[in-house]
Design a protein around this ligand. Structure first.
Ligand code: ZN
Length: 171
């Protein structure tokens, strides 16, 4: 029951919203300039309009748009994640494939709405798996999805100065 209480002690959603806005100001990969005209990322095809990244609509032609590398592709190119989720423990070892599948499914769902929230890599090191992400929100989403499904213990550490979020889950 103890971990459940910790889970509930997470900031309330209305408080988190202000927190997120504040976090975004510090993201070194987010340009300060917000283009008025839509720009397309030459690598993934996401479109930046007014500072918000979204996927192109089916009818949109990307060829004639200005090109601007999106922060997710930029981070992938630099191999410079904004977040990570470290998974470990005996239960994890026994259910590794299904837990990683849950992480992938969570990414897939988030990615539909948020083009910048991607898994960069999944590294397996002696039973400890590290999932690296292009943004600081995805490790939270995945961590909570795993916690909701399997309990265990979940911890969050956000380094504001480095704009880096580390989550650990173990069971
Ligand atoms: Zn891109």
């Amino acid at each position: 029951m103890k971990t459940r209480d910790i889970h509930r002690a997470e900031p309330r959603h209305d408080l988190m919203k202000t927190h997120h806005q504040e976090e975004e100001l510090h993201d070194p990969y987010k340009p300060r300039k917000k283009p008025n005209e839509p720009c397309a990322c030459p690598q993934c095809g996401a479109i930046n309009q007014g500072g918000r990244w979204r996927w192109a609509l089916a009818k949109e032609k990307l060829d004639h748009l200005e090109k601007d590398l999106c922060p997710a592709c930029h981070r992938i190119g630099d191999k410079f994640p904004a977040g990570e989720l470290i998974l470990s423990g005996g239960f994890f070892a026994a259910h590794k494939q299904e837990i990683i599948k849950l992480a992938r499914n969570t990414e897939e769902l988030e990615l539909k709405e948020h083009p910048l929230q991607r898994i960069m890599s999944v590294e397996d090191d002696a039973g400890k798996v590290t999932i690296k992400t292009t943004d600081i929100h995805l490790p939270r989403r995945i961590g909570h999805a795993i916690f909701d499904a399997y309990k265990g213990s979940l911890d969050t550490h956000y380094d504001k100065a480095a704009y880096f979020l580390r989550m650990t889950w173990s069971r």
